[in-house]
Design a protein around this ligand. Structure first.
Ligand SMILES: Nc1ncnc2c1ncn2[C@@H]1O[C@H](COP(=O)(O)OP(=O)(O)OP(=O)(O)O)[C@@H](O)[C@H]1O
Ligand SMILES: [Mg+2]
Length: 326
């Protein structure tokens, strides 16, 4: 691990860390792209912390989370009485970040009028508060991020081409987790420690079956999805090692949270009907595993509950985890 807590040993992530360290030294605008959950914000912070601006503020704003009519004054500030509701004067985020870094997340959602204003700020290095004529100099390093394809946005006239080029001075591209599978287990171990600490648990590690599961998922939600899966597994884990059942029990967290509370969660066997349908024998394995865990690993009771004989159960359990004791 490096000082910024960026985990990963794949060539792909090492290259990004390397690039980020080098660009940190400059004052150039950095544009971070990557699918949701790939670590864009983590890298934006790291670039700030590795930069000569580290002791000055790092200010972040998500452009898609603020209503359009408020975003301008949020970014640039406003004079007292400049619009209804502007009871007091307000210092904008550009001024707050003076000497430091301003992280504009989801820049692809900025409307065209604000794009023009941002371009002007980047070129002139000064801002105007809403309702003021006076320009104020600002010394801010801008980092932007988006999960959108900005070139496509430019092609479709939703994003200004001149701003695109101005922002794209140094592009940093974060690869999806499925393209850097070597990072999965180190990240899983890292999150295991994190959630052990938060929950006061002492889960030691992952069983082979659990590791295999983690390595073969597609992780469409990338590192964030992996982190959520580990958090859940730590909470649900009854043993000292995480078993594959801890992951397969809840394939659809949002659904679980909506429909099940506390005790019920533990007793629910749910499968996620996504784009890939589980083959029956896979589902059977999960179900056997599930019942086995619910019966506190009592083989006799599990076999009885499943309506199969002990020998059949042994065979199935061994298929799931060859280390199961007979
Ligand atoms: N390389 C990494 N090492 C450790 N933790 C990471 C790494 N990458 C991402 N994370 C963690 O994964 C989660 C998601 O990361 P982050 O918020 O930076 O993603 P994002 O790309 O900004 O996502 P979104 O597009 O949804 O905003 C965070 O909790 C973050 O701490
Ligand atoms: Mg983000």
């Amino acid at each position: 691990m490096n000082p910024e807590g960026i985990i990963g040993k794949s060539d792909a992530i090492r290259k990004v860390v390397d690039l980020a360290r080098r660009v940190a030294k400059s004052a150039s605008t950095v544009s971070i792209t990557g699918e949701s959950g790939t670590g864009k914000e983590v890298f934006a912070k790291a670039i700030h912390n590795w930069s000569p601006r580290a002791k000055k503020p790092f200010v972040a704003i998500n452009c898609s989370a603020i209503p359009e009519n408020l975003l301008e004054s949020e970014l640039f500030g406003h004079a007292k009485g400049s619009f209804t509701g502007a009871v007091e004067k307000k210092v904008g985020l550009f001024e707050e970040a003076d000497g430091g870094t301003l992280f504009l997340d989801e820049i692809g959602d900025l409307n065209l009028s604000l794009q023009a204003k941002l371009l002007r700020v980047l070129q002139e290095r000064e801002i105007k508060r809403v309702g003021e004529n006076q320009s104020r100099p600002v010394d801010v390093r801008v980092i932007v991020a988006t999960h959108k394809d900005l070139r496509q946005e430019v092609a479709e006239k939703r994003f200004r081409e001149d701003l695109y080029f101005r922002l794209n001075v140094i592009p940093v591209k974060l690869p999806p987790l499925r393209d850097r599978r070597e990072d999965i287990l180190p990240l899983a171990e890292h999150f295991l420690k994190k959630y052990n600490a938060i929950n006061g648990t002492q889960v030691q590690g992952f069983k082979k079956s659990a590791k295999e599961f983690l390595l073969t998922q597609s992780w469409r939600g990338n590192v964030r999805e992996l982190e959520n899966a580990i958090e859940r597994a730590v909470v649900l884990s009854s043993g000292t090692e995480i078993d594959v059942a801890a992951f397969t029990l809840f394939d659809e967290p949002a659904l679980q949270d909506a429909f099940l509370g506390g005790e019920d969660k533990k007793n629910a066997f749910v499968f996620h009907f996504g784009d890939e349908v589980e083959p029956l024998h896979e589902l059977e394995k999960k179900y056997v595993q599930f019942v086995y865990e619910r019966k506190n690993r009592a083989k006799e009771l599990t076999a009885k509950a499943l309506g199969i004989d002990r020998k059949t159960l042994y065979r199935k359990l061994q298929e799931i985890d060859p280390q199961t004791s007979i």
